[in-house]
Design a protein around this ligand. Sequence first.
Ligand code: HEM
Ligand SMILES: [Cu+2]
Length: 568
Amino acid sequence: MQVASPLPQRQPSSLAFPKLAMLMEERTLVGAHVLTGMLALLLGSLMGPFQTFRRSPFVKEAFPDLQIPFFSFYYQALTIHGVMNALFFTTFFIVGFTYFITQRSLERPLWNRTLAWVSYAMMFVGLALVLFAIGSGQASVLYTFYPSLVAHPTFYIGLVLLVVGSWLVGANVFMTYAAWRKEHPGERVPLAVFAAIANFIMWIVATFGVAVEVLFMLLPLSLGWLKTTDPQMGRVLFWFFGHPLVYFWLIPAYISWYTMLPKQVGSKLFSDGLARVAFLMLVIFSVPVGVHHLFSDPGVSSVMKGIHTVFTFVVAVPSFLTAFNIGATLERAGRQRGARRALDWLWHQDFGNPVVAAQLAGMILFIAGGFSGIIQASLTLNIALHNTSWVPGHFHMTLAGAVTLTYIGIAYWIVPLIRNRALWSKKVALAQIYTWLVGMLIFGHGMGAAGIAGVPRRTDLSNAPYVNPDAAFFLNTSAISGVILLISLVLLLVNLVGTLFFSKEPVTEGAPVDTVGPAGSPLWLERWGLWVGIILVLAAVAWLPVVADALGTFASPGYTPFVPNPLK
Ligand code: HEM
Ligand SMILES: [Cu+2]
């Protein structure tokens, strides 16, 4: 255990940030990322309710000709939904949020602002290319773009731009931290930045897999340079990236829960050190677990499936640490609000404050989503649930629930700061949050129960000749949740437009950001070289055998969806 050394004299900050507003340069950069992310969310999510309608036996009977607006094909709409929500909304929002906390917590501008705009431009062009490819019907390959499906080259080029742009973001954040560290030897970096750095380290390691897949397999296939592809290898490389991807989404939500929520509820984080350990565990153990997405794949050995199962349960531990740490923090807040008996603090929370309510609602969904995740992480249960609607049931409570609601909660304070106007309507925000919570609970339950009854995911059930009658009720409740969620989306849009264009009130709440880390927190946790080394070793041990097994097993021609002939 390292003894905390006395802090050196703190350097005066190189940049003075106004508490209730943003500097112009912050406003444009953070604003561009956050608002592009929110637009992607609104566009992608708009498809969701119509997917639930297309999958409901009741709606099929009542409105046999119902179509998804603007899209001619279920898989085209589902690709927009998955790609916009899971890849573009998340990445843009995370980058904007990361820039904000890095600059604010370290009280200095980014290392290189031009680079930040270059990476934004790359990601934005990526977004436009991908939208073009899907919108023109040439990339209905879903957000996992598994070979042997082949999309138009612009789809893959767009993805490459998104990923390479995000690497530049990571470099910019690391360099900003390095410059700060040089001027602040011996000081603990604030927890939010600690977690953001850990997140981008993991992201850069993880995206290596998908970069290899896109650059060496899919893009050349789509350009006609390669004649065949290997579907198993594609899935292996995708899921090397795919599981850490979910932690890339979750960590910013945890940053909000750990470092902002305590301030927003007038409490103090129970343990900063425990939080740092949880973040490190998340980034270390998220790479060697991706095979849990390949449990039903024939090309992966059962030994590797077993090893990844064990690590999957290990990576659940930091989420339990989080539940404990945040729970204790919220208990403090509840007691301050007058809670007396053992569990009273649970309802003595600030449910009327949208910023807090969004996060609490996200946590409620995360409890259900987390447990459904542990269930499907077991090899035997996974085989029963794989490719059923149980799986989207699970990740709409985690990704579309906990993560998205927390990001929306962040948007409810960060968009006002960007615009320098108060949130347009707190009431509308509360209505949006609670409709989202109720909608996602009904959706998650309906999709989960239908999945247990064997209903497949990724299927336009309105075209299916047979649907298990036991599942009809749950598919119909999912459609009801689709209506509730559509209302919630409209409320979100109204409030964002209202805040940007019609709000007249001044901002009253500052950014909930810490500029110092607690002196007692162990400094060795910031040995980034060590963590990178461990991540790389674990990644090699967990994945090289899987890659070796997959090498040279298949050679399939590429297929474009709706053209059931080999490409060449
Ligand atoms: C707003 C309400 C939403 C509704 C009603 C909804 C509905 C659905 C439905 C029914 C599916 C499954 C379709 C199928 O398997 O055939 C689905 C898939 C999916 N959703 Fe949502 N969703 C919503 C919001 C979101 C959000 C906010 C996110 C992420 C931020 C998200 C991410 C995804 C992803 C990644 C898939 C998987 C797509 C695939 O299988 O390729 N959804 N959604
Ligand atoms: Cu996973």
